[in-house]
Each structure stands twice: as C-alpha cells, then as structure tokens.
Design a protein around this ligand. Structure first.
Ligand code: COA
Ligand code: AMP
Length: 633
C-alpha cells in the first residue's frame, strides 16, 4: 500500500484504523472502542481496555520465544564499557526492582521521579514503574537542583530513583548531591529514595531515607504486571513552556502502546529482532519513546549510548556503534551531525566502518538544515529522513514513512502528516491559509492515540495553552507552511521556546532567573542562530538606576545564575548590558526584532515601536559580542 492509501484509510475510518493497530498489543481486557469523545475537546483512546506496558515491552517477548534476544545494549565510551541484557534478564531485573518498590509501598498511580544518566538501570526503573502502574517522571541530568525541585513539588513522588553520578566528557555530574540539594529546596518530600551507586562516584546515603539499588532488592518477591485502564497515565514528562513552570505532559498508557508499536514498522521500517538506536537521552521525549518504549514494545534491540557524537573518543563514534551493533535504523538530532561534520567534514571516519546493515537515518528535535541532510546522505548513502514531533505528541506528526513507502525527500521539509494527524496552517483568526502561506500549524482534534490528553494537575493550562486559540484544533506552537504536495515546512516557534542543540528551552524561564539578580531591573532573552546548536540564548540586561557595578561582573553572575538555577543544558553564556529595551507603545518587548538584528537579518520596523532609536543601541551592544556574525545585509 502507498502512503496515500494508508492515510486515506485512516481518514475514512479512524476507529477501524486504530482498532486494527491495537491488535498488535496484548490486552488483559480488549477495549470496546478506540476513541472516547464524551468529554470533547478532551479525548481519550482505548479508555476501557486493560493493559500493562511492561508486559508488552518485556514479558510477552519472553513468552513468545525472544527471551534470549538482546533487549538492551549499553555502549558507554565514557566508562569504556559495553553490556548486553537479554529480554529474559530484563524481565527478571525489572520484576525484582518492581517487587522492591512495591515492598516499600509503591503502588498503581503513585509517582516516581527518575533522575539517572544513560545507563540500562534508567530503562529498568521506567519499566518497573510501568509494571506496577506507577507513574514515572524522568528528569534530564543536565538540569540543576532547582529544576528537579520544581518537578518534585509538582509530581509529588512517593519515591525518587537516582544514580550516584553521571559522566560528561571531562567531568563527573554529581547526581546525588544535586538530588539532596533539590530535596532541600522542595516542599514535597518522597517517602524514600533508591540510589544506584556507580563505580565512578559512590554517593553518601541518608540513613532511613536512601536505599541502595541492589541492597533494597534483597529477599523481595518479584512483582507481576499490574493491569491498568487504557487511559491510566503511563508517565509524566515535563517540558518547557513560556514560563519557568514546566508543563507536565501526560502520556496515556494504551494509546502510547498502540501508536509507538505502529510507528516502528511504518515509519522507521524495522522488524522485531532488528537493532534500533536513538542517540538521545532518556530525559527527553525521544528517549522515552525511542530508546525505551517503542523498540522494546516492538521486540527490537535498543541501544543505550552513554557518550557524545564527538570527543568520546572521536567523530567516528556513531559509525563505530552502528557497525559494531549492526544498527538497522538510527535516530539522532541534526545538531549531533553538525558536530560530527565540523570535526570530520569529509567523512573520512565513516569509511573506517562497515555500515552495510544501516537502512536509514532519522532526524528530529529541531529543524534539519539542508546542508546537514545533504552531508549525511552523501557520506552514509542511505535515506536521511527528517521528521517532526513534540514532547506533547510522543511520536511523529509528520514523517517520510519508510516502512509504508519511501516518498521523495524535499530538503527542509519533514515530509507529510502521519495517519491520525490532520494538519492545517491557520492565520491569526483561525482561517486556513493557502499552500505556501506561512501561518500557525494546528492539528484538527482529536489528536491520535499516544498524544497528551491533558497536563499533569493543570487541565486549565492545557486548554489555554493548546486548545483555546484555535477552537477545534490543537495548537502546536510551531509556525510553517504546506506545499502543493502536502509537504510541511516547520519554520519557527510562535512562543518563547527556543531549541538549543535539540533541547527545548524556555526563554521566559531564563528571564525569570535573570530578573532575580539584585542589579537587574529588566531583561529579555532571545534565541540567536548558531551554526552548531541551531540556536543559542542571549540575554539583554537593564541595570537598576544608580548601580555602579562593572557590567562584566553582572553578566558573569547572571550566566552563573542561569547555570545554577536551570542547569548547564541551558547553554546560557551570552549576555550584554543595555540602557533600554525596545518595546511597543503598549509595553511589549520586541524580542523578534532584536533576534533579527543579532542574526544580521533584514526586518520590518514594527509600526507599533515606541522609540526606534533603541534598536540602534541594541545593535551597538550586540557588536561588543561580535554579533551579528554574518554582517547585516
Ligand atoms: N547531564 C549533565 N550535564 C549535561 C548533560 C547531562 N545529561 N547533557 C549535557 N550536559 C551539559 C554539557 O556537559 C554542557 O555543559 P558545559 O556548559 O559545562 O559544557 C551543557 O550541558 C550543554 O550541553 P549541550 O548543549 O549538549 O552541548 P555540548 O557542548 O555538551 O555538546 C553536541 C554539543 C552537539 C555534541 C551535543 O549537544 C549533542 O550531542 N547533542 C545531541 C542532541 C540531542 O540528543 N538532543 C536530544 C533531542 S533528540
Ligand atoms: P520537544 O518537545 O523537545 O521534542 O521539542 C519540540 C519542538 O522542536 C517542536 O515544536 C519544534 O519546534 C521543534 N522540532 C522538532 N522536530 C523538528 C523538525 N523535524 N523540524 C523542525 N522543528 C522541529
């Protein structure tokens, strides 16, 4: 069948389409129907089915004869180690861990925060929660203690599972002290913590609160898989919104199973038994969906890679892993390829490895620039597929569905909508725009299975952020256009979210931190273009009248504050002091105009600007930072 036939068959009868896809899942009780729309515009899928995620990701493969197949390969250049875990071993490890959690009181519906680096135990912790019907929330290791504290207070976990440390090239990330710091800041306290002690750094355990990962499993009964309702939350994953308060995206159990399983063959073109590698981090949605859940649900072998595209030890690491583990389908962010390309522009290291098993490369997380795609196509000689999605959706909104049909690649486009997504380009008033016209990208409700039904503890915010602006649609927060063949082009965010090295960050959250500096009266953070990371944050600081502090000192303190409050992942290193910020007459800061000046792009002077001369002052300040890089046209 061609893509168009599959898409049309979904459109003609979505209910039949998703019920058919649901047959690939093991149910404890079959759902009576796919869509539950009684509470529209809030929708649920397979709500009255009974199912368990861990059973589908682990146990059923053992039952079906895949017990000896490798489920997880841990390839860790930063610790010079490799490890293989079969499905039967994974089942036993997860059942014991779940048993130990249960023995300490963790039950269906309880929240568990997981704060771990790229080690198999992170996946095991996620799966152990799924086994019990507990709701995990994984926090990325690059966040500071404060961000962890915010998530602890929102999720109110009964238990926190962490590792003693993570390893970044050249430094140890002290997870346990970060966790202790977060617990000092948080109002909510968990009943207990479980710490996985790594050889690289053994952490202090707090008597009576912290348990050793291995020790606390002694003598427990392995836990069986607990059936949960189809609409039971599988996990909550926090992502950046426009403010410092992150949004807790809820992932519903059954839709997640059905959609991810469907995506593995139809989009990524892998069969059970194939090796699938997503070089991301379990702390991001890509890690949730395509390191942990989808490959395991589909009976693939997944790779947990603890390293970087470059420097661990060189720009050939990706090719070494692909070759050594016979990877069939590889998923990464464009920024990672840009880092490799910068070190090895001619791709000389590619030639050192046998990549004959590789079928395709998938890119997501940020816009894939044509240069990067062309470079990868040329060096790897396989389809290089850009696809577009978000934490909120959990799987691709638009892609080139290789397992259905390889559509022609159009550079700069993540191709076409997947079944379940009816994508429209709208103007401010919610009217559909013509092909080629730039507008807000919205998806007609209902969103397909697996996508967010709401935000954790924040239904009103869910409605306001996603449903109210364009009634009847889900607002993606991205802007772009469609061409005459229905290909989508994702051009920019419509909110204060920026994308740094494939990481989604809130400029609003950074502004909140800067505004707390005692000498800062007012501030603005914008995203500027960067050749490697796609975007970088840049801060403008207006100091309090009468402050005679050295500007460099204030800037340095502000940079440190963002690192301490949000974390190193914010990559906030650029800031300058200005007298005034450009604003509209109604007082709105003109961040877009400042970003254009910093990037050296032409822009239209906003008609509502209060005082155009301020933009010249901004341009002068940017020159001190060596911006714009390319020179203004
Ligand atoms: N734990 C702790 N710190 C982390 C971290 C983690 N898991 N991940 C990143 N950091 C730190 C980095 O060490 C760096 O700290 P520094 O300021 O002390 O150098 C900072 O956060 C910024 O990290 P990053 O933006 O990733 O830049 P980098 O210079 O370390 O590496 C790339 C650049 C391009 C190689 C890297 O960004 C990369 O591989 N990106 C892949 C993108 C990706 O997987 N995105 C996920 C979405 S698909
Ligand atoms: P996240 O929720 O962290 O996955 O970030 C989602 C956002 O990243 C999207 O809303 C887009 O702004 C951006 N994004 C992800 N994939 C792509 C892509 N293929 N092309 C353009 N932007 C993308």
């Amino acid at each position: 069948m061609a893509y168009k036939d599959v898409y049309d068959s979904w459109k003609a009868d979505p209910e039949a389409f998703w019920m058919a896809a649901a047959q690939a899942i093991d149910w404890v009780e079959q759902p009576s129907k796919a869509l539950f729309d009684g509470n529209a515009p809030l929708y649920e899928w397979f709500a009255d089915g009974k199912v368990n995620t861990c059973w589908n990701a682990v146990d059923r493969h053992v039952e079906n004869g895949r017990g000896d197949q490798v489920a997880i390969i841990h390839d860790s250049p930063v610790t010079h180690s490799k490890k293989w875990i079969t499905y039967v071993e994974l089942r036993n490890r997860v059942a014991m861990l779940a048993g130990a959690l249960r023995a300490k009181g963790v039950e269906k519906g309880d929240r568990v925060i997981i704060y771990m680096p790229m080690i198999p135990e992170a996946l095991e912790a996620m799966l152990a929660c799924a086994r019990l019907g507990a709701v995990h929330s994984v926090v990325f290791g690059g966040f500071a203690a404060h961000e962890l504290a915010v998530r602890i207070d929102d999720a109110k976990p009964k238990c926190i599972i962490a590792a003693s440390c993570g390893i970044e090239p050249g430094r140890i990330v002290h997870y346990k002290p970060l966790l202790d710091g977060a617990l000092e800041q948080a109002t909510h306290q968990p009943d207990f913590c479980v710490i996985f002690q790594r050889e690289n750094e053994v952490a202090h355990l707090e008597e009576g609160r912290d348990y050793n990962w291995h020790g606390f499993q002694y003598g427990v009964q392995p836990a069986e898989c607990v059936p949960v309702e189809g609409n039971h939350p599988a996990y909550v994953l926090y992502t950046s919104g426009t403010t410092g308060q992150p949004k807790g995206v809820v992932r519903p159990t059954a839709g997640h199973l059905v959609a991810l399983n469907w995506s593995m063959k139809n989009i990524y073109n892998v069969d059970p038994g194939d090796v699938f590698w997503a070089a991301s981090d379990v702390g991001w949605v890509v890690g949730h969906s395509y390191i942990t859940y989808a490959p395991l649900i589909h009976g693939n072998t997944t790779i947990v890679f603890e390293g970087k595209p470059v420097g661990t030890p060189d720009a050939g690491t990706f090719w070494r892993v692909i070759s050594e583990h016979r990877v069939k389908s590889f998923f990464t962010a464009p920024t990672a390829f840009r880092a490799v390309k910068r070190e090895d522009p001619k791709g000389e290291l590619v030639g050192k490895y046998d990549l004959s098993n590789l079928g395709a490369v998938f890119l997501a997380g940020e816009r894939a620039d044509p240069d990067t795609i062309l470079w990868a196509q040329d060096k790897l000689n396989v389809p290089v597929i850009d696809h577009w999605w978000q934490t909120e959706t959990g799987w691709a909104i638009a892609a080139n569905p290789l397992g259905i049909e390889e559509l022609p690649v159009k550079l700069g486009s993540p191709a076409v909508p997947m079944p379940g997504y009816e994508v429209h380009i709208l103007d401010e008033g919610g009217h559909q725009l013509k092909d080629g016209e730039l507008g807000a990208i919205a998806v007609k409700l209902p969103l397909p299975p697996g996508t967010l039904p709401t935000l954790w503890n924040a239904e009103a915010r869910f409605r306001k952020s996603y449903l109210e602006h364009f009634p009847g649609y889900y607002e993606t927060g991205d802007a772009g256009y469609k061409d005459e063949d229905g290909y989508l082009y994702i051009m920019a965010r419509t909110d204060d979210v920026i994308n740094v090295a494939g990481h989604r960050l809130s400029t609003g959250a950074m502004e909140e931190v800067l505004a707390a500096h005692p000498d800062v009266a007012e501030c603005a953070v914008i995203g500027i273009s960067d050749d490697l990371k796609g975007q970088l944050p840049l801060g403008f600081l207006c100091l309090n009248a009468g402050t005679n502090r050295l500007h460099e000192e204030v800037v340095k303190e502000c940079v440190q504050m963002v690192r301490d409050r949000i974390g190193p992942v914010a990559a906030f290193k650029l800031a300058c002091v200005v007298d005034r910020l450009p604003k509209t007459r109604s007082g709105k800061i003109l961040r877009g105009a400042m970003a254009k000046i910093a990037d050296g792009e032409a822009f239209k002077m906003p008609a509502t600007i209060d005082d155009p001369a301020i933009l010249d002052e901004i341009a002068e300040a940017l020159k001190t930072l060596g911006l714009p890089k390319k020179g203004r046209p």
